[in-house]
Write a new protein. Sequence first.
Length: 206
Amino acid sequence: MPPAAKRNPIILCLGVSGSGRTKFIDSVSSKDKAAVGFFKKMKVTIYQALRPDTTAVGAVTLTSKESPMILLDTPGVDLNDGVNDVKGDVQKWLKDNYKQEKIEDYVDFILYFHRITDNRVQAEPIPFDWRNTLDKFAARDPSRLIFVTTMCDKMRDEAKRQKVQDTLKTCYFQRWIEKGAGFEACDGTSEAASNVLRIISSALTI
Ligand SMILES: Nc1nc2c(ncn2[C@@H]2O[C@H](COP(=O)(O)OP(=O)(O)OP(=O)(O)O)[C@@H](O)[C@H]2O)c(=O)[nH]1
Ligand SMILES: [Mg+2]
């Protein structure tokens, strides 16, 4: 991975369609929903506009002296259907902007979004080619892969929420969690999203 100081760190947001990637980015970057804490002071630059029902890579840069970062929105990892090639889209974005296309080598953090309300998870909730990318990415530094459960506000029963989170950690995302990948909960608020970005920011400034 090239030194992040030479360019803004890139945070790649992945997950199946509707898992909350765009809302997460929007909640810390849109003017009408001011983010909290030091993210409030950040200058927001939209590279490629974010769109609901995301079908193209979108990019937002949060700029401040301490914690610049680019949040990369993507189409759902489940969208590969012969017409859409999500990984190819991300690689093309990296190539167009940085002349690099190896996701696992060039991206600084990966946030993998999952709705906590998705209880009937398939045996392998992450498509094979992306699992491969996550494996290679985590092999370098597992703490730079963070699973983000969204819609936690929709599961108010704390015991149930805990149970689902435990299942996600010990079954579906286990191979990365046991190596040291992160696990965070979000509820659609800018506070929760900012907390995740704060973890990233402090890891990047160490
Ligand atoms: N209540 C609640 N709603 C959420 C949360 N996260 C996302 N949503 C809503 O869920 C829907 C899907 O969220 P998006 O952010 O568009 O999901 P996405 O992963 O970008 O989905 P696509 O781009 O369509 O693949 C939207 O209506 C969001 O407002 C959350 O944590 N809580
Ligand atoms: Mg989206």
